[in-house]
Design a protein around this ligand. Structure first.
Ligand code: ADP
Ligand code: MG
Length: 256
């Protein structure tokens, strides 16, 4: 009687909840199939490790702050024939993160840039990388707030612990002078230390207008961002727009 109690306290002290929960069932399973002691230990240790990994992945997914949870499997590649599926699948393996390379998803509104950015970010979290999602405006505001509260260094330290920073929707709103400077500082800090994935509707030639017409700043920023970069140019009609057209056509057919 005292043995299970002792065992339970050992397993608790060692923080092995899966051992604690499943050791009896695993012992039955192994003795029924005549498996060796090592197999029993391996079975339990394997379950403990996968439980830990999946909890850690859930935590990374939560901390990334994705606006929604769309996956690559939800993406209809056939709707965007000009986009190479194998290229996106290659990016989803995360090699670019190990090499601290950047990704730019370029294209007009509604073609799935944010969807792909989130899906790639989620894959990265599941593979053990730490990611964080920002809209470009949100990132600038985060910097401005941190400066107000004198905690820029803390913010930068927390960003430097990440493997992937997503900057969504660069190009919709031009930045103030101080916003532009923060963004420049951000890209400079990330250069060769943290991968950045940018989604944008603006061709590079139009980036200066984002930074109050400052060609030098835009040029220097682009220089850092595009040094080691995978540019995915998605030229297609808006998926959202096509879907609503389809829905309307369907509705019209039903009413006839
Ligand atoms: P963008 O960021 O390029 O403006 P979004 O990623 O916001 O576009 O896409 C708009 C909506 O359409 C989202 O709900 C997204 O999930 C969906 N969508 C876009 N392209 C596709 C696609 N090829 N397959 C499935 N859903 C898509
Ligand atoms: Mg978007």
């Amino acid at each position: 009687m005292s043995q299970p109690v002792l065992l339970r306290s050992y397993l608790k002290a060692l923080r092995l909840p899966v051992f604690q929960r499943e050791h009896e069932q695993a012992a039955r399973q192994c003795s029924e199939t005549g498996r060796a002691y090592e197999d029993y230990l391996e079975l339990l240790a394997g379950r403990e490790v996968s439980s830990r990994e999946s909890k850690a992945a859930d935590k990374r997914l939560k901390q990334a702050g994705f606006p929604f949870s769309k996956e690559l499997s939800d993406f209809e590649f056939s709707a965007v024939p000009s986009l190479s599926k194998s290229r996106i699948l290659e990016l989803s393996k995360g090699g670019f993160l190990q090499k601290k390379e950047n990704v730019i998803l370029l294209g007009p509104p509604g073609v799935g840039k944010t969807h792909l950015a989130v899906a790639l970010g989620r894959e990265a979290c599941r593979s053990g990388f730490k990611a964080r999602f920002f809209t470009a405006g949100g990132l600038v505001n985060t910097y401005l707030e941190a400066r107000e509260e004198s905690r820029i260094l803390k913010l930068e330290a927390s960003l430097s612990r990440l493997n992937l920073i997503i900057v969504d929707e660069l190009g919709y709103i031009p930045f103030s002078q101080s916003g532009s400077e923060h963004l420049f500082a951000f890209f400079s800090r990330c250069y060769e230390t943290v991968s950045v994935l940018v989604t944008t509707n603006l061709p590079f030639s139009e980036w200066p207008q984002l930074f109050g017409g400052d060609e030098r700043l835009a040029g220097a920023l682009l220089d850092r961002l595009t040094h080691k970069v995978h540019i995915v140019d998605i030229q297609a009609d808006s998926y959202r727009f096509r879907e609503s057209l389809k829905a309307q056509e369907g509705g019209e057919k039903e009413t006839h």
